[in-house]
Design a binder for this molecule. Structure first.
Ligand code: ATP
Ligand code: MG
Length: 210
């Protein structure tokens, strides 16, 4: 069946890298690249969280700007793609719903949720964490200043958390928070974000008053 053949050509091993991307930086991109290579992923979807409820309380850059920066950052890597699944959906965006929506949309795909140690440690506080670990495999990288607990310790926090695959990655102590602060201080952010992202930030005057 033609229909069937089309389906088998779709990417089957999908990685999801969710974030606020305010702004996207080189550690996000390297994380996607390491995951793609180490887990032989067909595609890494960068899922932009429009209104991250875990970050309520601080001003977040408009979605359109974060989206434009992410688009520029992902351009040129055929394994990377931007997912607007959370933007297209009204209301708060819960990872569990994103995973369910992707399963519904793409059929029987193999989903790996890629995250840094800080996000993994926060995951038990997310909406329906038990369901998240049922819907996707987890892959984690350590983050500067954040110790990754043992498998047993993680498992005690949430059954399924200890099974997270540990990816190798050189420690890159870059964060969006630091980049916003550097821009506000008038410092260069060159070589911390892709050139196209630095240019966009300068053009639009983002983060100057951060
Ligand atoms: P902020 O400082 O605003 O929280 P951030 O740099 O943490 O920004 P996020 O958009 O919050 O970026 O993170 C998205 C995902 O990327 C999370 O899973 C986070 O752990 C991971 N990540 C971000 N920066 C790094 C890094 N330097 N090394 C490894 N993982 C990272
Ligand atoms: Mg963060």
């Amino acid at each position: 069946m033609t229909h069937r053949r089309q389906h088998t050509s779709l990417p089957r091993r999908i990685g999801l890298l969710g974030g606020t991307f305010d702004p996207v930086h080189l550690a996000h991109l390297r994380l996607g690249e390491e995951a793609a290579e180490q887990l032989a992923l067909d595609r890494v979807l960068f899922v932009l969280a429009p209104h991250p409820w875990r970050k309520a309380g601080r001003a977040i850059t408009p979605v359109a700007d974060r989206l434009a920066m992410l688009e520029r950052a992902l351009a040129g890597n055929p394994r990377f793609a931007l997912s607007t699944v959370e933007i297209d959906r009204p209301g708060p965006t819960y990872t569990v719903e994103t995973l369910a929506a992707l399963h519904a949309e793409m059929g029987p795909v193999d989903l790996t949720f890629i995250l840094g140690a800080d996000a993994l440690l926060d995951l038990p506080n997310w909406h329906r964490p038990d369901e998240i670990v049922r819907l996707a495999r987890l892959a984690v990288v350590p983050r500067a200043g954040r110790r990754l607990p043992s498998r047993a310790e993680l498992e005690a926090r949430l059954p399924g958390l200890g099974a997270a695959i540990r990816l190798q990655m050189p420690r890159l102590a870059i964060s969006s928070t630091d980049i916003r602060r550097m821009v506000a201080q008038g410092r260069s952010i060159r070589y911390l974000v892709p050139d196209a992202v630095a240019a966009y930030i300068a053009e639009r005057g983002l983060y100057r008053g951060a």
